[in-house]
Design a protein around this ligand. Structure first.
Ligand SMILES: NC(=O)c1ccc[n+]([C@@H]2O[C@H](COP(=O)([O-])OP(=O)(O)OC[C@H]3O[C@@H](n4cnc5c(N)ncnc54)[C@H](OP(=O)(O)O)[C@@H]3O)[C@@H](O)[C@H]2O)c1
Length: 166
């Protein structure tokens, strides 16, 4: 599918991720992938957007599972030859009232929000095509994380100058 642009949203089955998929379906000119770690929840979310007249596609992605990331990476490479938009939305948080010990909370949060997101970036950012959008809301555009993904730095500059040119 050379020439078709493609966007991927992690943790797209609910919350902000679902809202971002909805917005991309309305504004992005290309295929939009709602990804979720649980295929059932992901497919249900796709159906809910179908009822709104939107047509996201689904792909499974658990950001804590390297094999799952590799499967998505290989799929994107084979089908699209790259990636145009990556929204690193998947993440977890404990409620303020949660009594889980702080150390355990920190371990669980770091596993997904830091290491999982790092693994997604390491595997998918190299696919990002130049001069297109890439989004990493979990950390800022100046975060040293970018050193693991040379394309991201270039795309960050493009992002700032092309906000209205999807
Ligand atoms: N809402 C806020 O006020 C706020 C503030 C600051 C930052 N954030 C960040 O913004 C993001 C979205 O927030 P939200 O309020 O929409 O959260 P949410 O409703 O809890 O949704 C989080 C999404 O991430 C998914 N997820 C969790 N672990 C995953 C994994 N290992 N692999 C793939 N997906 C995974 C969840 O899937 P399941 O449904 O399977 O659990 C869910 O789809 C999160 O990263 C959050 O930390 C939110």
């Amino acid at each position: 599918m050379a020439g078709v642009r493609v966007a991927v949203v992690t943790g797209g089955n609910k919350g902000l991720g679902l809202a971002i998929v909805r917005a991309l379906c309305k504004q992005f000119q290309g295929d939009v992938y709602l990804t979720a770690r649980n295929p059932k929840l992901g497919e249900e979310a796709v159906k809910s957007l179908n009822k709104e007249g939107l047509s996201p596609l689904f792909h499974q992605l658990d950001i804590n599972d390297l094999t799952s990331i590799w499967v998505l990476r290989d799929f994107l490479k084979k089908k699209y030859g790259g990636l145009d938009v990556l929204v690193n939305n998947a993440g977890i948080a404990f409620k303020a009232a949660d009594t889980t010990p702080f150390g355990t909370q920190a371990e669980v949060i770091l596993k997904t929000n830091f290491f999982g997101t790092r693994d997604v970036c390491n595997e998918l950012l190299p696919l990002i095509r130049p001069n297109e959008w890439s989004m990493c809301p979990v950390f800022s555009a100046t975060h040293p994380f970018q050193s693991a993904a040379p394309n991201f730095r270039r795309n960050s500059a493009a992002t700032r100058s092309q906000r209205t040119s999807w």
